[in-house]
Design a protein around this ligand. Sequence first.
Ligand code: DGL
Length: 273
Amino acid sequence: MDPRPIGVFDSGVGGLTVLHECLVTMPHEDFVYLGDHARLPYGPRPLGEVREFAREIGSYLETQDVKLIVVACNTATSAALPRLQEELTVPVIGVLTPEAHAAVQATRSRRIGLLATQGTVDSGRYGELVHALDAGVSFHPVACPRLVPLIESDDPYGEATERAVREYAEPLKAAGVDTVILGCTHYPLIRPVFQRVFGRDVTLVFSAEETAREVSETLARKGIENDPAREGVYRFLSTGDPETFREMGRRFLQFPIGKVGHVTLAQLEAAAA
Ligand code: DGL
């Protein structure tokens, strides 16, 4: 039994879709979530810069006495996961491996598509992971730079979002994929738009569900779960404006968001120094 909380982080509120699934799957665990709103978005940034941000946040979360860290951001996972695992003392779980595994299991045609941020696509990590599991899969990545700003806008379900999804889906339909990895933690929020555009015959793989399963199994196998009879608590930290985080976060988390604490970039930098 291990009463310490689980640390979760993302560039902003997208990772709350992962936290949502974790809260549903592991209601007895405590969580501390950090959103790096001051430096959002990560998607268009150079991977080296995102790697540095992730190192700072990982080190900071270790100072909060967490027992495991979930990198609830596909871009940060693509840029930084091996480095975090080398440098931190607690286990670190990213969102790419669980999704790649689920996609390879699901595909029958062995044609898999990926929709993700520019950084995630540029890293090439999904292709490596998919091919490590099945070298014969034909893999089709598409960068979707318009989606995160649209999903964070006041009108995430508007025509512009549907138009963008149709446009990004086109090359995947042309390639005849039967499985699509939604490789960004923001995307579950517009899940129905993807399902309608791709149709029922295409399997959509989301990081939130697959990652929550991975976290739960890891805690069980390592014997570091909290008492299953208790109800856990969760708290939030942001490098940006706490009130903005609260407002937007509700849409992503679909659970109450209490007080949000503020962390300065200087505090993050100091933790990694
Ligand atoms: N949450 C990030 C991801 O999963 C996307 C948002 C951003 O670009 O910062 O890749």
